[in-house]
Design a protein around this ligand. Structure first.
Ligand code: AMP
Length: 660
């Protein structure tokens, strides 16, 4: 069918996937000790969905118990209605009353090599003090706070301090440009920005504060900026008296006690922006009760977390994976989280393996793009280190090709660690499709089955389930506790993007998928205009808008082209304005422009200049054909083209260009 074909084009590894017949049953020695050892959870969820989630909610501390588990008036869901709780209380206070007070909550290593350990007692104290700092600056329940920080413990402190007060945080990944930061701050109408003087990345300094200053030139809602000193003398920055405050100065004066604010289960916990199919990122809203239940339960089931584990999720807290599985899930479960500030190849390519050996990491959760980079760098970097502490491996962010899965299993997992390939999204808040490591027989490249309580289907364009082996759209047909509740400031977009294509009861994921004859799910990549570059979601339209914003560009079409390491790479086809000469450095100039507008993660890998773009008669650019050209495939259906000669010329030019 057409859509499956579309998805297959997006991910050509799919034909390889379907030749994949290797199976890996859970190792018996793992199952005996696993948190989930049998199919009971699946059966319970099938029998009584609300009872099942109510039981999962017992894993959270409530100030007031809920009256109703679920109110579902499609497409609007409310979970644990009437319940009251606090996310920071669940991550801290309930642990400091037990032996865990002196257990490490965060073990951190900075890129230059410093180490810090914060026990649950330490983290509780820092968070309480910082919540008082925020209060002192006028932040109260419901106010939004923006965070633009490096991966340092103060980022976790800031997040939990916001949660303690009931002030929704909105974290902006430190790799975003001042302009992207400004857009997100304004969308959330944040009152305070928390940042650092800078961050370390591959030995150089990311000028975070300078970016904030630039962004704030157009952010009238921001009253105060709090600055963590991470770099010190080596960074040049301006200090705006009256607006800017040093974190450490404020902390020196802050009182120790700050009670956690009781929040309604449906009160927002945070806003996190993600790319959609338009130029404007969507502010996904997550609420407190359902989210905390969802992330803590899935963290227990999927990662089999135990008190003695050292859990390392390598995601930056700027992404949802960091929110759910660096901060809220693990800390709610009283786990020890390892956190690393820098990049995997600094000062050399064995940094991660050195870390695993040094801290005895037992669970590693990372992205396929990282695994493919390591494969490319060679096993010698891995072999130097003792990775015997690892017992479970996870992946997230994009489909993992079987070859990378096998490499991960063999070279990192020593052949003994189960792999959990977890499919989920910013909007789902929690893992939705994944093996349970003590239960599920895995197949390399398949995310296997929906978790207990989750129902996923693969449907055709009319919403009918497709037979196994056929491609279709992945949809979720039941509400789940950690689901997004709305798009901040744009409730209509919530309905139109997720719940209109197949009606108000069916959540449209935007991903293509297939089910094999054993009902295993195989994700095929996005079916919309969203690219997945190194596991990061980037909108083609957003990059196109950045390009046409350049004074010399008349028109631009952007596609995600298959890339051996990144999964997809950004490729742009650009038409220059009449009279603009094509100079040698024009492509670099445009790449820099995209970095300035969005951030380095959106930088086009290649820019191809063309006099015309292939369009339908109604004037729509046919990106599908551009992808065919960029990937050297036979062209798909060209009958709807207004001028079929354009595409033929473009292909010849493209190929000539690639050869030269
Ligand atoms: P984000 O919201 O930025 O976390 O991106 C979510 C998107 O990443 C999904 O819609 C998928 O396209 C992709 N994705 C995440 N995890 C997986 C996975 N395990 N397998 C395949 N694709 C994935």
């Amino acid at each position: 069918m057409a859509e499956g074909g579309e998805a297959e084009r997006a991910n050509p590894t799919i034909s390889a996937l379907f030749e994949e017949h290797r199976v890996f049953p859970p190792p018996p020695e793992f199952t005996v000790r696993a948190n989930v050892r049998d199919r009971l959870l699946y059966e319970n969820a099938e029998r009584d969905l609300e009872g099942f989630w109510a039981e999962a909610a017992e894993g959270i501390d409530w100030f007031r118990k809920w009256d109703r588990v679920l109110e579902w008036s499609p497409p609007f869901a409310k979970w644990f209605v009437g319940g009251q709780l606090n996310a920071a209380f669940n991550c801290l206070d309930r642990h400091v009353r037990t032996w865990r007070r002196n257990k490490a909550a965060i073990i951190w290593e900075g890129e230059p090599g410093e180490q810090r350990v914060l026990t649950y007692g330490d983290l509780h104290r820092e968070v309480s003090k910082f919540a008082n700092v925020l209060k002192h600056l006028g932040v109260k329940n419901g106010d939004r706070v923006a965070l633009y920080m490096p991966m340092i413990p103060e980022l976790v402190v800031a997040l939990l301090a916001c949660a303690r007060l009931g002030a929704p945080h909105t974290v902006v990944f430190g790799g975003f440009s001042p302009e992207s930061l400004r857009g997100r701050i304004n969308d959330a109408q944040a009152k305070v920005v928390i940042t650092a003087d800078g961050g370390f990345r591959r030995g150089s300094i990311v000028p975070l504060k300078q970016n904030v200053d630039e962004a704030l030139a157009g952010c009238p809602s921001v009253e105060n900026v709090i600055l963590v000193r991470r770099i010190g003398e080596a960074v040049h920055m301006h200090f705006h008296e009256g607006r800017d405050h040093w974190y450490h100065r404020l902390m020196d004066e802050a009182p120790l006690q700050c009670p956690a604010e009781p929040m309604d289960a449906e009160d927002p916990l945070y806003i996190l922006h993600t790319s959609g199919t338009t130029a404007k990122p969507k502010g996904v809203v997550h609420t407190t009760g359902g989210y905390m239940v969802g992330v803590s339960a899935t963290h227990r089931w999927v990662f089999d977390i135990k008190d003695e584990d050292i859990f390392w999720c390598t995601a930056d807290i700027g992404w949802v994976t960091g929110h759910s599985y660096v901060v809220y899930g693990p800390l709610a479960n009283g786990a020890t989280v390892f956190m690393y500030e820098g990049s995997p190849d600094w000062p050399d390519k064995s940094r991660w393996w050195e870390i695993i050996e040094k801290y005895r990491i037992s669970i590693l959760y990372t992205a396929p793009t990282a695994i493919r980079s390591f494969m490319g760098w060679g096993e010698q970097h891995v072999r130097k280190h003792d990775l015997s502490s690892l017992r479970l491996l996870g992946t997230v962010g994009e489909p993992i090709n079987p070859e990378a899965w096998m490499w991960y299993q063999e070279h990192i997992g020593g052949g003994r660690c189960p792999i959990v390939d977890t499919w989920w999204q910013t909007e789902t808040g929690m893992i939705m499709v994944s093996p349970l490591p003590g239960v599920t027989t895995t197949k390399p490249g398949s995310a296997t089955f929906p978790l207990p309580g989750v129902r996923a289907e693969v449907v055709d364009e009319y919403g009918n389930p497709v037979p196994s082996g056929s491609g279709g759209y992945l949809v979720l047909t039941r509400p789940w506790p950690a689901m997004l509740r709305t798009i901040y400031g744009d409730p209509e977009r919530y309905v139109s993007v997720y719940f209109s294509r197949f009606g108000p009861k069916v959540y449209f994921t935007g991903d293509g998928a297939k089910r094999d004859e054993d009902l295993y799910l195989w994700l095929l990549g996005r079916v919309d205009d969203v690219m997945n570059v190194s596991g990061h979601r980037i909108s083609t339209i957003e990059v196109e808008s950045a390009l046409v914003d350049h004074k010399d560009v008349a028109e631009a079409a952007v596609i995600g082209r298959s890339h051996a390491v990144k999964g997809q790479a950004v490729a742009a086809f650009v038409t220059l304005k009449a009279g603009v000469p094509l100079s040698r450095d024009k492509a670099d100039d445009l790449k820099t422009h995209v970095i300035e507008k969005i951030g380095a993660l959106a930088r086009p890998e290649e820019i191809f200049f063309t006099a015309e773009l292939p369009k339908t008669r109604s004037g729509k650019i046919m990106r599908r054909l551009l992808r065919d050209i960029a990937e050297g495939r036979a062209l798909g259906d060209t009958t709807t083209l207004a001028d079929p000669t354009v595409i033929a010329r473009l292909r010849t030019q493209y190929e000539e260009n690639a050869e030269s």
